[in-house]
Design a protein. Structure first.
Length: 158
């Protein structure tokens, strides 16, 4: 009897899903005056894997995220449950719900959950760093990303 109980408890524990509560993350973002960055990636995607292995291990990118963002990792193969407003479902279902057209995808939201920029497809470390800086500086209010990149590169040359 004791072995059966242990087996049942172990099965429940191993099959338990983590809940990604985006509403709770939004509240934390407001309290900390940070943006939210959701990174969507899928299994067997070489571009996704490269971004995970290179971009999310890059010191400058990690520092920018730490200072200005709350990162939500959305790996579609995970069995986690996403809660967002009236939505509750898998990461894969959530990506469809918010209209992620392809992978990898990075969605940038401000602390009020306003979608300011979507980066669809592979980005190298420099491109991703520029996107993070574009959002954290709130430059999207007055410039396109391309204008921001030109301005930033020009300022760096001085």
């Amino acid at each position: 009897m004791k072995k059966i109980l242990i087996f049942i408890l172990l099965s429940i524990y191993l099959n338990a899903n983590t809940i990604i509560n985006i509403d709770k993350q939004a509240k934390i973002a407001q309290e900390q005056d940070k943006n939210i960055v959701m990174f969507f990636h899928i299994p067997n995607c070489s571009y996704c894997k490269t971004m995970v292995d290179e971009n999310f291990k890059n010191r400058e990118i990690l520092e920018e995220i730490k200072q200005n963002f709350i990162l939500i990792d959305m790996f579609t193969a995970d069995s986690d449950i996403v809660k967002y407003k009236n939505f509750k479902g898998s990461i894969k279902e959530f990506s469809r719900y918010i209209g992620v057209p392809a992978y990898p995808a990075t969605i940038f939201l401000d602390k009020n959950m306003k979608d300011h920029y979507r980066s669809i497809g592979y980005r190298n470390t420099q491109e991703q760093l520029m996107e993070l800086m574009f959002i954290s500086s709130k430059s999207y209010n007055k410039l396109t990303l391309e204008e921001f990149v030109v301005k930033t590169e020009f300022e760096m040359d001085d």
